[in-house]
Design a binder for this molecule. Structure first.
Ligand SMILES: *Cc1c(COP(=O)(O)O)cnc(C)c1O
Length: 422
């Protein structure tokens, strides 16, 4: 393995050591689950403590007097996120959860007219996304069975961009797709899909939950209509951290489906009227009072991501996943692990997935030995080597253990029940 490592290891040891030292990597663990819950970093901890101090010192006046003030924290975070999204600051707002933001975006932008009354998605989409689409169809008195059009993966289990484009017929009003497919780790060509959608008058949205903070985006340039994402995966915002929503400025006059007093123009919000104007930017897609305690850590973690730079993060992430792919080929194939992730760098997000019939029990053994993977039914082991805190050694150690677990049939000692989370 050492020769592979020297091929893959970028000459950035010191820079990496600095970033890793800012994270709390659980004692004695190799943590490869940052695509499910990113680890706590010191700047995030400092910002959370800062909000607690503001609350302690100012009480309600913290809304205006805390630094940064709470009243405009969602906008501040939007400005910090815009470079990762590739958008203008006013097109991004940090608010609510991914699921709620998806309800908001689809509820507002899915406007069925005549025969153009279907929503397109992929059949393997994250369950919450499919549930949102079904309930949004039902809210418009449309039967999901007839109006939700699902693209199937190809024989490799991957989504084919041309198949997606071909499915954008005259009946499709809106398409929602993942940037990175959470099961296989496949990265879709968002530029190509978006440009085809525009030509066909299909409203196009992406769920960036598995790419934000790991991959560079250029949503304005790609002319995407809307996007949503999670704050707690590669953005390291903490459990249940606020998600975000991007809305292209051409939709700044769209009426929010779920309106509330935080949808209003900020300068008029305290008129306390139910006829105040909506904000003339993505802020109008907020609903109620922001969850300040779930947003504060993002200030710190986004500062850190900005310091590292998304290109450095992406390059290091690709080197780490390249390394996992090479090790899989040399050391894991013989143990029945099948690579489910595309090997082409342009088609890969930040994690690698292996398929193995014993995936569930293998993951339990891994965890008991201090390596934290992520299991996805029925047979997927996901490993996310996070650029900011995972080393090449973490990768080689995890893969040696994967081989060892099957070679010595260690999974046979595990009962078949599984936990309720990850
Ligand atoms: C993680 C994830 C979610 C989670 O949504 P929440 O509202 O935060 O529970 C939704 N969709 C996708 C694609 C995800 O990866």
């Amino acid at each position: 393995m050492s020769h592979l490592q020297s091929i893959c290891e970028p000459e950035d040891d010191e820079r990496f050591a600095y970033f890793r030292s800012l994270f709390y990597v659980p004692e004695g663990q190799i943590y490869l689950d940052g695509n499910s819950l990113g680890l706590l970093c010191k700047p995030a901890e400092i910002e959370l403590n800062n909000v607690l101090s503001g609350w302690r010192e100012h009480g309600v006046q913290g809304w205006t007097d805390a630094k940064p003030d709470w009243f405009t924290m969602a906008e501040l975070l939007g400005t910090m996120l815009a470079p990762l999204i590739g958008s203008a600051p006013e097109e991004v707002i940090v608010t609510n959860s991914t699921t709620v933001n998806l309800h908001q975006a689809v509820g507002s932008l899915f406007q069925p007219r005549g025969n153009r009354n279907k929503i397109l998605c992929d059949s393997q989409a994250f369950p919450s996304d499919l549930l949102v689409l079904k309930s949004q169809l039902q809210l418009k008195s449309l039967n999901p069975h007839d109006h939700l059009k699902l693209v199937q993966p190809d024989v490799n289990g991957w989504l084919n961009e041309q198949t997606i484009i071909d499915a954008m017929t005259d009946e499709v009003a809106l398409a929602l797709l993942p940037s990175v497919v959470y099961t296989t780790g496949q990265l879709l060509d968002m530029r190509r899909i978006s440009s085809a959608a525009r030509e066909r008058n299909v409203v196009i949205g992406f769920d960036l939950s598995h790419s934000i903070g790991a991959v560079r985006h250029a949503l304005d340039e790609w002319d995407i209509d809307f996007a949503v994402w999670c704050g707690y995966k590669y953005l390291n915002g903490g459990p249940g951290s606020a998600g975000g929503i991007y809305v292209n400025n051409r939709h700044f006059d769209t009426i929010p489906a779920l309106a509330g007093w935080f949808s209003s123009d900020k300068s008029r919000q305290f008129d306390f009227s139910d006829t105040i104007p909506f904000a003339a930017n993505a802020g109008r897609f907020q609903i109620g009072t922001p969850n300040i305690l779930s947003m504060a850590p993002l200030i710190g973690s986004l500062q850190l991501i900005s310091e590292a730079g998304i290109d450095w993060i992406r390059n290091r992430s690709l080197a780490l996943t390249d390394y996992l792919i090479a090790l899989h080929k040399s050391d894991l194939v013989q143990y029945g692990y099948e690579l489910a992730t595309p090997i082409d760098q342009k088609r890969r997000g930040g994690h690698i997935s292996f398929i193995h019939p014993e995936a569930m029990r293998i993951c339990q053994v891994l965890r008991s030995k201090g390596v934290i993977p992520d299991y996805r039914p029925n047979n997927i082991v996901r490993l996310a080597p996070v650029a900011l805190y995972n080393s090449f050694n973490d990768c080689s150690h995890a893969l040696k253990l994967l081989a060892h677990i099957v070679e010595d049939r260690l999974y046979e000692f595990v009962s078949v029940s599984r936990g309720t989370v990850t």
